[in-house]
Structures are given as structure tokens and as C-alpha cells.
Design a protein. Structure first.
Length: 134
């Protein structure tokens, strides 16, 4: 494949990962779970919630898939990510927050629909200095 400078190689790699996750037959756990974890990590970066630990997680998933998958699809799935991470690392690093760790799950976003349906805002459900016991 040939791309010019207008293509975001991170997004190209993420598209490949989505393809591999979709095409996994599910026979072996490393491929079934590993491709899903890889896609989640790429989506977390794409959503602007990435941290340095996510790049280490991607490298760990790469080793897992290459060493434990039963077929070529599983062992090849991380190649687009690892190749672009090696050769175009700034495409990944610019998506990182400055934090060493950022959670992938946002409770407020997950509860937004329930709050709208119930008419509640649950403001006191969050632990903060304002609501801390004295």
C-alpha cells in the first residue's frame, strides 16, 4: 500500500486491527481476546484517553499474539500497529495524555443515558473534597 502525507497512519493501523478483530474465528483464546484487547487499546488512544502504559500494553499484546496464536491471522494481527509504532511513533505519542495512566472507562459517560431516563444527576455519587466526610 502507498500513502501520501495526508493519511493518518495511526488510523490506517487501527482500521487493520478492527479488520483482524472482526475476522478472528475465535478458536484460540489469544487471537479472540488479543485482537479485541488490541482494538480497545487503539480506540482508547483514538478517543484521546491514551497513556504511556497503553503503549506498553500494545507491545505486550503483540508478544502474546505472536507467540500463542494458532494461525497466521492471530500472529499477523499486531503487525500494522507494531510497524507504525516503530516507524511513526509520534502518530501514537500525540494521542497520549501526559498522565502515566488513564482509565479506559468513564462512569459519567456510561451512566448518561440512565440519568436522562431517570431525571437524576447523581451529583452526590462522586467522591470529592466537597462531599468528603468530616
Amino acid at each position: 500500500m502507498v500513502f501520501d502525507s495526508s493519511r493518518d497512519l495511526f488510523e490506517v493501523a487501527r482500521n487493520f486491527v478492527a479488520f483482524f478483530a472482526h475476522e478472528s474465528c475465535g478458536f484460540c483464546t489469544p487471537c479472540r481476546v488479543g485482537t479485541s484487547l488490541l482494538l480497545k487499546a487503539m480506540n482508547k488512544l483514538a478517543d484521546g484517553h491514551g497513556a504511556k502504559t497503553d503503549l506498553a500494553d500494545i507491545e505486550w499484546i503483540d508478544r502474546l499474539l505472536k507467540n500463542a496464536s494458532h494461525c497466521g491471522l492471530g500472529s499477523a494481527a499486531p503487525n500494522p500497529v507494531m510497524d507504525t509504532l516503530l516507524k511513526f511513533r509520534p502518530a501514537y505519542e500525540r494521542r497520549l495524555k501526559s498522565l502515566d495512566f488513564a482509565p479506559a472507562f468513564n462512569l459519567d459517560d456510561a451512566l448518561a443515558a440512565a440519568r436522562r431516563a431517570s431525571g437524576r444527576d447523581d451529583a452526590a455519587a462522586h467522591f470529592s473534597a466537597d462531599h468528603a466526610p468530616r
